[in-house]
Design a protein around this ligand. Sequence first.
Ligand code: AMP
Ligand code: MN
Ligand code: MN
Ligand code: MN
Length: 279
Amino acid sequence: MTPLNADLHCHSTVSDGLLPPTEVVRRAVNNGVELLALTDHDELGGLAAARAEADAQDLRFLDGVEISVSWGDQTIHIVGLDVDPADATLSAGLASVRSGRDARAQRIGEELERIGIHGALEGAQAYAGNPALVSRAHFARFMVATGVARDTASVFEHYLTPGKPGYVEHVWATLDEAVGWIHAAGGVAVIAHPGRYRLPEAEMTRFYDRFRDLGGEGIEVVSGAHSPSQVRDYARIARRYGFAASRASDFHGVGESPVDLGRAAALPPDLEPIWLRFL
Ligand code: AMP
Ligand code: MN
Ligand code: MN
Ligand code: MN
């Protein structure tokens, strides 16, 4: 039996993706995706349009979100799948997460100004499809367009990551809040792209333990951000903790994402695919 082509994490212009929600859905259909979740950062605003298009195209669709979480001084992302977009607890929680973004963007702009990169706040805002959701990705696009760096990856490497001149510390939701909001909205919680986190092993273990104790259900074993050896590492974590496994491109747009919609590797066959609970 061929595995379902599920892609359970991607972005639209409602956060920092390059395509509007309807075009994300159409691209997924063209790429052979059979189950799609749109998971914009801290936002549910693209889901109604995406679902309407998915219905029109006969694509199975899950309402999703990717919540920004602070764990110590690190940022971790938790994906919520099959959430109720009308849930008041989730909406209020996400509104509180988004409200910090404005002041943060302002400060990023000031830090960049200090090192001679002018007009970055306005520049980033011009790239943001949603004024409530200015992300570092929008700063990166502005800085590539104005020749500060050759691609978004090098903007992050030189300017927008911890220790670099345009990095601003920010406090997002707690892990307990994020998982609680997702569960309140009837969804399941999934650790996004674990391979991206730079935590010492003991701290990562503490994080997995807490996530499991909170009733967290899944982990992205396959992510557009993962190498084959990372897929093996996180398959081991899924087995050890009894987490269901998710598969996701984390697609943001052509030219910016290493993996297109529906084109991530297959899950290791012994793992429990998280989508079985949505079929
Ligand atoms: P923010 O939520 O504003 O902190 O922005 C985080 C977003 O920036 C992520 O969701 C990615 O879209 C993008 N991003 C983070 N790190 C990198 C990187 N090293 N290269 C390219 N994009 C990145
Ligand atoms: Mn992003
Ligand atoms: Mn993420
Ligand atoms: Mn993402």
